[in-house]
Design a protein around this ligand. Structure first.
Ligand SMILES: [Cu+2]
Length: 98
């Protein structure tokens, strides 16, 4: 009895700790075919980091992909595509979200 109560408390505590991470961050993979040299990702990353709501930009230069984590209540995939396009690097979401 005492053990199961302790276990329950541990489970609840871990749920409370993990919960904020579920809130609303979304990650999208953008294919950026125009990244041809190692300096390109810097421009792409800066352009994406300027978009309000973007919390993380992870460039995979070898794959010509950018993983963008953002708050979907503040921005969306279209805005991210526009940001890279305006910086000179047209991109496409890996999975069409429409
Ligand atoms: Cu370049």
């Amino acid at each position: 009895m005492k053990n199961s109560k302790t276990l329950m408390a541990a489970v609840i505590a871990s749920l409370v700790l993990v919960a904020p991470a579920w809130a609303s961050p979304k990650t999208v993979t953008l294919n950026v075919s125009g990244m041809t040299c190692p300096a390109c990702p810097i421009t792409v990353k800066k352009a994406l980091e300027k978009v309000p709501g973007v919390s993380k930009v992870d460039v995979r230069f070898e794959k010509k992909q950018v993983l963008v984590t953002f708050d979907d209540s503040k921005t969306n995939t279209d805005a991210l595509v526009k940001a890279t396009t305006n910086a000179g690097y047209p991109s496409q979401p890996e999975k069409a979200a429409k």
